[in-house]
Design a protein around this ligand. Structure first.
Ligand code: KIV
Ligand code: ZN
Length: 389
């Protein structure tokens, strides 16, 4: 049976931490509306204690995005942060408080500068306080992938007993290796089941070594119920797991993951473009699923194969992510078959072989000059050829 995987989008929180990606209130609301159309399960709208503006943005989003996503925001394990989150999300149809506190020795010793026992107590007290305000509380064990397992488990067990309804395991610095991270999630999942509490197990992976998507997917395979992602993989340093990659990874391989999400994948391209234009951060051209070249085929061998059957070189129907049509970019290496197909797709007929050979020669001249030949170039070529005839 296929498991439903929940998707939390943190573009407006972790994504917005990218230098230069500052969004104004209007832009945050636009993005939140588009995330609603994308049908994500949870929107993490910001970090309200960080500034008045962030508080206001989370509040506006919570008040205006009804029907659908849970609205959450981030708090450190301190009362003032939890109050700020509560005050900003409380008007949402389904509000959630998200608490983060480090668990690795590095965080406990060097950042928090306290004993492990103190840190654990801080976490438990924070969860109890948040639960006195709202029925849904997520607890993130920051830097979990570099944490001693028994301390990590002790933290999870105690915060669950204190009332946490979601446990989020972050690979905060993108340090995890997929095999190892999968095993970690499998072990936590197994122990959580034995606790007999209704808890959602979540993961949050960063991309410092380019493994955020791989680590997120292996976590799903090993029992994670929820994934945290951003659009276009935006986020601190090298970014977070890209929502489009994780969601389509699950969708394309139901045989492997035995899972599905509720994301309206046809909204992916539009969402990616909106986030890119509002943050001013371009998507790299070869970015999986949302890059300009993600569905462009230019080599002759590939174009010829695709014309015989799309599945020869395509595992994803571009329309499934909202890319309307696949334009083949012709080059001098595209070959006669691809050129003829492009000409015919634009409504021209080549009945005469000699005529076609003349045209093809002109196409090769143009392709040598221009390197890449698009539909509008073929229109020009055909018009000129017909004029000269
Ligand atoms: O990367 C991280 O650990 C985080 C937490 C707040 C989940 O962003
Ligand atoms: Zn993060």
């Amino acid at each position: 049976m296929s498991r439903r995987i929940l998707v939390l989008d943190t573009t407006l929180r972790d994504g917005e931490q990218v230098p230069g990606a500052k969004l104004n209130l209007y832009q945050k609301l636009e993005i939140a509306r588009q995330l609603q159309a994308l049908q994500v399960d949870i929107i993490e709208a910001g970090f309200p204690s960080s500034s008045r503006g962030d508080f206001q943005a989370v509040k506006e989003i919570a008040q205006s995005i009804k029907d659908g996503p849970v609205i959450t925001a981030l708090a450190r394990a301190v009362k003032s942060d939890i109050d700020a989150v509560y005050e900003s999300v409380k008007h949402a149809q389904r509000p959630l408080i998200h608490i983060v506190l480090g668990t690795s020795d590095i965080h406990v010793d060097k950042k928090l500068n306290r004993s492990k026992e103190d840190v654990l107590k801080m976490g438990v007290d924070a969860v109890k306080y948040a639960r006195s305000l709202l029925p849904e509380v997520q607890y993130s064990t920051e830097d979990a992938s570099r944490t001693d397992f028994e301390y990590l488990w002790k933290t999870i067990e105690e915060v669950v007993r204190a009332g946490a309804t979601m446990i989020n395991i972050p690979d905060t610095v993108g340090y995890a290796v997929p095999e190892e991270f999968g095993a970690l999630i499998g072990k936590i999942n197994y122990r959580l089941k034995n606790l007999n509490e209704q808890v959602i197990l979540s993961v949050h992976c960063h991309n410092d070594l380019g493994l955020a998507t791989a680590n997120t997917l292996i976590a799903v395979k090993n029992g994670a119920d929820k994934v945290e992602c951003t659009i276009n993989g935006l986020g601190e340093r090298a970014g977070n797991a890209a929502l489009e990659e994780v969601v389509m990874g699950i969708k394309i391989r139901p045989d492997y993951y035995g899972a599905h999400t509720n994301v309206a994948t046809r909204e992916i391209s539009k969402t990616s473009k909106l986030v890119s234009s509002m943050t001013g951060l371009d998507v790299q051209v070869n970015k999986a699923l949302t890059g300009e070249n993600a569905f462009a085929h230019s080599s002759g061998i590939h174009q010829d194969g695709l014309l015989k059957s799309r599945d020869v070189y395509e595992i994803i129907n571009p329309e499934d992510v909202g890319v309307e049509s696949m334009e083949m970019i012709l080059t001098a290496r595209s070959g006669r078959h691809a050129f003829k197909n492009a000409v015919e797709n634009l409504g021209y007929r080549c009945n005469d072989d000699q005529d076609f050979e003349n045209l093809f020669a002109k196409f090769l001249e143009l392709a040598d000059r221009k390197k890449e030949v698009y539909n509008h170039d073929i229109y020009y070529l055909m018009g000129k050829y017909q004029e000269e005839k």
